[in-house]
Design a protein around this ligand. Structure first.
Ligand SMILES: *[C@@H]1O[C@H](CO)[C@@H](O)[C@H](O)[C@H]1NC(C)=O
Ligand SMILES: *[C@@H]1O[C@H](CO)[C@@H](O)[C@H](O)[C@H]1NC(C)=O
Ligand SMILES: *[C@@H]1O[C@H](CO)[C@@H](O)[C@H](O)[C@H]1NC(C)=O
Ligand SMILES: *[C@@H]1O[C@H](CO)[C@@H](O)[C@H](O)[C@H]1NC(C)=O
Length: 212
């Protein structure tokens, strides 16, 4: 007789535990990895010393977006690419932005998106160091929804960026190099990843605690 409430409690606890384990496994299988973003090309003909066309104020870039997920597609919202002049670190100035239209990307696919914008001539002149190199800040902002079979997840915000250094040819790529390295766009430190890890750990501790 006195066993009955305890039995009920035990049953309740194991129910909670099972629920916890199930949600952990569901989370593991539904978990989606964010796309990997990088700058593949970055070129300002106006800063190419051997071309000598200082009136050309166009900036060209190529964005590379990779879907690392084996079985999930990605719906991208419009991708907002913002470029700033960072050669003067005490006075980082906005140059302009380019919007890549929204698109869908299949699993394990890589998308290369080109964009261009016009730089103010005065800004361009100020952007260059005495040794004719320059530093630009590239930031990218978008939101993605993952497609898991016929189902779409909620939006996940993506905010990444990096500094891009161009040489005296106005290009991020060293002259004559066949396979120049892409510049990886990454999240500011202390990002969501850390919070996510702490959240999972806390959840797990609560489940263990409930079982004792
Ligand atoms: C800069 O201009 C020179 C001369 O036209 C050209 O050969 C070179 O490819 C240009 N540099 C880049 C990075 O495009
Ligand atoms: C793109 O980003 C820039 C800089 O953060 C912002 O001023 C602009 O409003 C954004 N554009 C859109 C369409 O979100
Ligand atoms: C950087 O910008 C500040 C503020 O506009 C200016 O006073 C300074 O001279 C600039 N430095 C260089 C190296 O251009
Ligand atoms: C050019 O000058 C800048 C600022 O003085 C420096 O940070 C950069 O390393 C220099 N680049 C080269 C290739 O010498």
């Amino acid at each position: 007789m006195p066993d009955e409430p305890r039995g009920c409690c035990r049953c309740c606890c194991s129910f909670i535990f099972t629920l916890g384990l199930t949600s952990l496994f569901m989370w593991l299988s539904l978990r989606s990895e964010n796309p990997k973003c990088s700058i593949k090309d970055f070129y300002l003909p106006g800063l190419n010393k051997s071309l000598n066309t200082p009136d050309n104020t166009t900036l060209y870039f190529m964005l590379k977006l990779q879907n690392p997920n084996k079985d999930k597609g990605i719906f991208y919202d419009p991708v907002n690419v913002t470029i700033r002049n960072k050669s003067n670190t005490t006075n980082i100035t906005y140059i302009g932005n380019y919007i890549v239209p929204k698109f869908y990307q299949g699993h394990k696919k890589t998308a290369k998106k080109v964009g261009n914008l016009t730089v103010d001539k005065k800004v361009l002149e100020r952007a260059v160091f005495a040794n004719e190199t320059a530093v630009f800040r590239v930031d990218m902002e978008t939101a993605v929804r993952f497609k898991i079979m016929a189902w779409k997840t909620k939006r996940h915000r993506i905010v990444v960026g990096a500094d891009v250094v161009v040489n005296d040819q106005g290009s991020k790529n060293p002259a004559g190099q066949k396979k120049p390295k892409d510049v990886k766009l990454s999240q500011a430190p202390m990002g969501l990843k850390f919070c996510g890890m702490v959240g999972i750990l806390l959840n797990f501790l609560v489940f263990i605690f409930l079982n004792f």
